[in-house]
Design a protein around this ligand. Structure first.
Ligand SMILES: [Zn+2]
Length: 224
């Protein structure tokens, strides 16, 4: 009799564990799917240097990039290399040492950033759906990060040799000459949808960069 009761309890417990496992697996698949969703509509890619990517415009799946690997392992769109090289060399000749901390980021890497951030928010006590909303305040959706274009670079100072603000100020004054723009200016956060990032530069080509610089606009204002 006792044995039967134990058997029954064990059976119920294993069924329960099975149900919980199935719920867990299904919900993580559904949730992972939500995390992988782009935001907004597909952007126009007809002019490669002026492709607009933000919270309203995402990169189409068909977008193709030829990447070039830098000496530190970071990758960028091959086409921006000559001007990027020239810019960092000229900066160095003025005594400022910097490097590309991040260039191209794959969709899977962007997804992992979001996953990690969602986990962090859940640890802080947010429910899953709220945690995703919170994470999205600081990270772009998958398909909505300019880094996925290979045309954006985060440039940091070499901490042993240069001061970070020295590098940021030099870039703000000079990057346009090489075809790069400060993508998220401090006074344009409402329009860009991203907070000020003094390290994040986007290649748009020399002509557009000069016009954007002279007009004091952001890429959204320049294009529309
Ligand atoms: Zn960036």
């Amino acid at each position: 009799m006792k044995k039967n009761k134990i058997k029954k309890a064990a059976l119920i417990l294993s069924i329960l564990a099975g149900v919980i496992l199935v719920i867990y697996v299904v919900s993580s698949i559904v949730f992972d799917n939500i995390i992988g969703q782009p935001s907004g509509r597909q952007t126009d890619i007809s002019k490669w240097n002026l492709v607009l990517v933000n919270n309203d415009f995402c990169i189409p799946d068909s977008y193709d990039i030829e990447l070039l690997e830098l000496s530190n392992g970071e990758k960028i769109d091959r086409r921006i290399y000559p001007e990027l090289r020239e810019m960092l060399d000229d900066m160095r000749s003025e005594g400022l040492y910097s490097f590309v901390r991040e260039g191209f980021r794959s969709a899977e890497e962007q997804k992992q950033i979001l996953r990690d951030m969602v986990k962090e928010k859940m640890v802080q006590g947010f429910m899953p759906s709220e945690a995703y909303k919170e994470a999205r305040k600081t990270a772009a959706a998958v398909g909505n990060s300019e880094h996925q274009l290979g045309l954006a670079v985060d440039i940091n100072a070499d901490p042993d040799k240069s001061d970070e603000w020295g590098v940021y100020i030099w870039l703000e004054e000079n990057a346009w000459k090489y075809g790069f723009i400060l993508r998220y200016p401090i006074d344009k956060t409402e329009i860009t949808g991203f907070s000020y990032e003094p390290w994040h530069y986007r290649y748009v080509g020399k002509e557009a960069a000069e016009e954007i610089h002279n007009q004091g606009v952001c890429l959204e204002e320049y294009l529309y």
